[in-house]
Write a protein that binds this ligand. Structure first.
Ligand SMILES: [Fe+2]
Length: 253
């Protein structure tokens, strides 16, 4: 696992250190917890695919353990990716086009960890509005909820959007003035050759949006885990540390 640090200048968001822990997929998380403990972020944000939907039904799942570890370090907010809502419900991502809503039991279990679930929902934390835009799933359903996005885009308070899919940024999110968007999902393109990812569900072959910063205000994580037997090649798992600076500094990309 690598830790990637970015400096983001955002005049409206308060200066702070944010950790982004995306796409753990229920994998072992000791390295990530060690890095979080060392970094001591002000906020931990998890933009989806922390665990598979079947893991949500198991209170002993490592995803819940990871949430508890995160909460012991910093306030933790968690939004849902395509895997939580059933993308791999029976092991075949292409035959389950309808999202499966989270059960009440899973919601209670998440609440018990102390993490805040943002399922197409938002909260205000220290004057910052934080919204979790729940993933679409596959095919035609793979799109952001336009109503949730439009509602979040209004208002005066500075905003951070957790949006699992980086391909939702253009054009829908980019045309708003949302100050910061955090994404995962693409796993850096799974295989990375000559600095370029090979494949991402939702973007296809040679995807454009797999890691790094878009438009100075959208940061994409390569993710902390893997969910298939297809290995990650030249593409280590990644924890993001984002230093938000109200004063202008050069972004490190
Ligand atoms: Fe995903």
């Amino acid at each position: 696992m690598t830790v990637t640090s970015y400096q983001i200048h955002s005049p409206r968001l308060p200066s702070m250190l944010i950790a982004v822990a995306s796409d753990l997929h229920g994998c072992p998380h000791k390295d990530a917890v060690d890095a979080l403990q060392q970094a001591r972020p002000d906020l931990i944000l998890i933009p989806g695919d922390l665990m598979e939907d079947k893991m949500l039904a198991d209170p002993s799942s490592s995803g819940y353990a990871f949430l508890r570890e995160c909460v012991s370090i910093a306030p933790t907010f968690y939004s849902l990716g395509n895997h939580e809502i059933g993308c791999y419900h029976k092991g075949n991502p292409w035959r389950h086009p309808t999202p499966i809503p989270l059960s009440d039991q899973a919601r209670e279990e998440i609440a018990r960890t102390g993490a805040v679930l943002l399922d197409n929902d938002e909260v205000t934390w220290n004057g910052v509005r934080i919204c979790g835009l729940t993933s679409g799933i596959n095919g035609k359903e793979n799109k952001a909820d336009a109503e949730v996005l439009a509602r979040f885009a209004k208002g005066d308070a500075p905003r951070i959007l957790l949006c699992h899919h980086p391909e939702y940024f253009y054009p829908d999110i980019a045309k708003t003035d949302i100050e910061l968007t955090l994404c995962g999902h693409a796993h850096g393109g799974q295989w990375c050759f000559f600095g370029r990812g090979v494949y991402s569900p939702g973007q296809g072959i040679f995807p454009k949006y797999t890691a790094g910063v878009l438009d100075g205000r959208c940061v994409i994580s390569r993710g902390l885990g893997n969910h298939t037997r297809i290995p990650r090649i030249c593409n280590p798992c990644e924890l993001l540390l984002i230093s938000l600076n109200q004063k202008a500094e050069e972004n490190q990309v």
